[in-house]
Ligand binder design. Structure first.
Ligand code: FAD
Length: 433
């Protein structure tokens, strides 16, 4: 991966790009349709796009745009090592569905449906198998209250026409023999697969670079001239000051995950309402064959999930802590995760402790992502994916590609307009005209 590439910078402030910033696209051809997410290809363009943040969202967007001929730069001092590195890789809109969030469920289902093709294209482009596993999830209950909760979840999923089945304790143990005999009830959700998110990140880095994306290993701030975003430039991490040359761009995409609200140079009204929600998790080794699918459970009020990987590892996660940006792994969190996991699957106690990790999820006021225009012309936003950034990467990259290409976004994305908290709409032409 190339280091910072000064060839694309200019000294000092750039000339304001004004309306020339966005060169209108013609000749787009809708190609494949999957539950409201349509993959499109169109003619090549010389539009220069700078993306702030090289997590799963920034990289998916970069790869998608670069395949279509856009000149894309990613700016990130540690691409691939944010929340996307720590995720468990569950593609779980069904297991995580809530009565209160039907629109998020619809977006998650659309993105889930796009995942197999996204994974296949990614593997073809990178040569990396992303570990897509289709075995689904088992939600397990340990007491009467859990059984009632699972029955309610089953009703809600049935209401949405989603496949699920309540299992007795015996049926659950037939499906997953390593499950504790103390498990009282279970709900089988066959539709929620998983991927190995680290392989996804590796594949995206390779595919993006092969598609011509330029990587600049630097932390950046936004540069604006006359109330319009015109590019980015390196910020000094210690002082948060920016005096470096500007990387000019016709369009900047803010995809800095939990750090999105802190990006220097953002006008207050363009600052996305994103907060850091800390998640700690544990990676265990030697678990080959222990579980066939993701197991989720609540034990004495403590929630846990166990996600098996094809390489014999098991991910145990995760805490959800409203403590702001803090990447400290705490003994208490690791203790609680392992204690709960061992109650669900006793053999977890025998596994090798490979890694403990803490990262920040990008949370939003309504748990939904922010996808679309900002009040600042020349700036698009793709952030706030909270618990579902891996799941939502195909839908998000497709939506941003469409917005950049002057194509309508699928209806399932519209509720997640990035300006919904400031009462504005989804009009990208306002952002890039
Ligand atoms: C423990 C845990 C488990 C999870 N499990 C799942 C799961 O099973 N399934 C799922 O779908 N989701 C899961 N998630 C959520 C998922 O990880 C996130 O939603 C997703 O990674 C967000 O992607 P992102 O690209 O927005 O952010 P990130 O991956 O955090 O990337 C943001 C990038 O922006 C960069 N950046 C920040 N500021 C700047 C700046 N000023 N200049 C340049 N670069 C900058 C950072 O260095 C970082 O690389 C989990 C999260 C956690 C923490």
């Amino acid at each position: 991966m190339p280091d910072d590439n000064p060839a694309s910078t200019t000294d000092g402030l750039p000339t304001p790009l004004g309306p020339v910033g966005h060169r209108s696209r013609t000749g787009a051809h809708p190609e494949r349709v999957a539950a409201g997410v349509t993959m499109v290809t169109s003619e090549r363009t010389d539009l220069r796009v700078a993306i702030i943040g090289g997590g799963v969202i920034g990289l998916s967007i970069a790869w998608t745009l670069a395949q279509d001929g856009y000149a894309v730069e990613i700016h990130d001092d540690q691409p691939g090592l944010g929340a996307s590195y720590a995720a468990a890789g569950m593609l779980a809109p069904i297991s995580e569905a809530s009565y209160q969030e039907p629109e998020l469920l619809a977006l998650g289902l659309a993105s889930l449906q796009a995942w197999p093709e996204f994974a296949a294209r990614l593997t073809q482009a990178s040569g990396v198998d992303v570990g897509l596993r289709a075995e689904g999830s088992l939600l397990v209950g340990f007491d009467t209250d859990d059984a009632v909760g699972l029955a309610r979840t089953a009703d809600m999923l049935a209401h949405h026409g989603l496949e699920q089945r309540m299992l007795s304790s015996r049926e659950a143990r037939t499906l997953e023999p390593a499950l504790s005999p103390r498990a009282r009830s279970a709900l089988h959700v066959p539709g929620d697969p998983s991927v190995d998110n680290r392989w996804v990140m590796h594949a995206l880095l390779v595919a993006a670079e092969r598609a011509g994306v330029q990587f600049h290993r630097q932390r950046v701030g936004l540069v604006t001239v006359d109330g319009r975003s015109v590019g980015v430039r390196r910020v000094d991490v210690e002082s948060n000051s920016t005096s470096a040359p500007v990387h000019e761009a016709d369009l900047v995409i803010l995809a800095a995950g939990a750090g999105s609200a802190q990006v220097p140079g953002l006008r207050d009204d363009a600052r996305p309402p994103v907060r850091a929600v800390k998640g700690q998790s544990v990676r265990l080794g030697g678990a080959a064959g222990l579980l066939g699918r993701t197991v989720r459970a609540t034990v004495h009020g403590e929630r846990v999930y166990l996600v098996p990987r094809s390489n014999g590892e098991l991910i145990v996660g995760a805490t959800s802590e409203e403590v702001g940006e803090d990447l400290t792994v705490t003994a208490g969190a690791v203790h609680q995760l392992l204690r709960t996991a061992i109650e669900v699957v006793p053999e977890v106690a025998e596994l090798e402790l490979v890694e403990t990790l803490a990262r920040s999820r990008p949370g939003t006021p309504d748990n939904g992502p922010l996808i679309g225009s900002s009040p600042l012309p020349g700036l698009l936003v793709a952030t706030g994916h909270f618990r579902g950034g891996i799941l939502l990467a195909p839908a998000t990259s497709d939506a941003i590609h469409r917005l950049v290409s002057d194509l309508p976004v699928p209806g399932v994305v519209e509720p997640f307009a990035s300006q919904r908290f400031s009462g504005s709409g989804h009009d990208v032409t306002e952002a890039i005209a």
